[in-house]
Design a protein around this ligand. Structure first.
Ligand code: HEM
Ligand code: HEM
Length: 175
């Protein structure tokens, strides 16, 4: 009783994005080792790009929704240092929800062919540039490491509260 929860749209987008993001990390790591020039590699790359752009759209909807809806304040049994840690992690997660797909999209735009979104070719503003392609691929890889570490930190925080039997904190983001 009396738990202030995130609204159902925020909860639905949180868990949908969480599942899709975990799939994207596995997919990204798997596909880069596939043989160059193979149909399988192109298929997985196309899937990764379409899913990644879908995630960018979901992140945009999520951010807009965060501004127009009300996020519940953290309860009093969370110490002020924990509040600061949670809020900073959430803010960084929001930044990475954009940096990750945008760096991937820019690197693809300099690969020399059109990026497709679920089969639909997107406007091709880039050109073939191995140097720029490599630069943004490196940014995408470093950003994946940072984003992955942040997600692990965030999940560890949630697990810590479960371990401390502060189930009401978990319920804030549950259906
Ligand atoms: C899969 C394991 C995950 C668990 C167990 C989990 C758990 C939670 C919980 C319990 C909260 C509520 C915190 C509070 O009381 O205020 C929360 C919020 C949040 N989570 Fe997760 N989460 C997971 C994955 C992710 C992922 C992959 C992301 C990356 C985008 C993410 C981003 C956020 C953000 C930004 C918030 C703050 C609420 C908002 O503004 O949307 N979570 N999470
Ligand atoms: C939030 C969404 C995304 C996540 C979590 C993600 C994650 C990853 C990961 C983990 C890798 C493997 C890095 C490595 O080990 O080399 C990767 C590679 C790649 N991603 Fe993404 N990605 C996302 C979105 C995108 C988007 C939107 C595009 C393009 C439209 C894209 C294009 C690529 C490409 C081309 C590679 C291969 C880079 C290489 O050749 O090493 N990604 N991604």
């Amino acid at each position: 009783m009396g738990i202030k929860r995130y609204n159902s749209i925020a909860v639905a987008i949180h868990w949908l994005m969480a599942i899709l993001l975990i799939c994207m990390f596995i997919l990204g790591i798997y596909m880069v080792d596939l043989p160059k020039g193979s149909d399988e590699r192109s298929w997985f790359f196309a899937l990764h790009k379409s899913m990644g752009l879908t995630l960018a759209l979901l992140a945009l909807i999520r951010l807009l929704w965060k501004f127009i809806s009300v996020s519940p304040p953290l309860p009093d049994d969370v110490t002020s240092i924990q509040k600061k840690a949670a809020i900073s992690t959430h803010n960084l997660l929001y930044i990475m929800m954009f940096v990750q797909p945008i760096s991937g999209y820019i690197s693809s735009s300099f690969a020399g062919y059109k990026t497709k979104f679920w089969g639909i070719p997107l406007p091709h503003w880039g050109w073939k540039s191995p140097d720029l392609n490599q630069l943004f691929t490196t940014i995408h890889q470093i950003s994946a490491l940072f984003f992955g570490a942040l997600i692990l930190l965030h999940v560890a925080g949630a697990m810590y509260h479960l371990h401390k039997k502060q189930f009401h904190l978990f319920k804030r983001m549950w259906f």
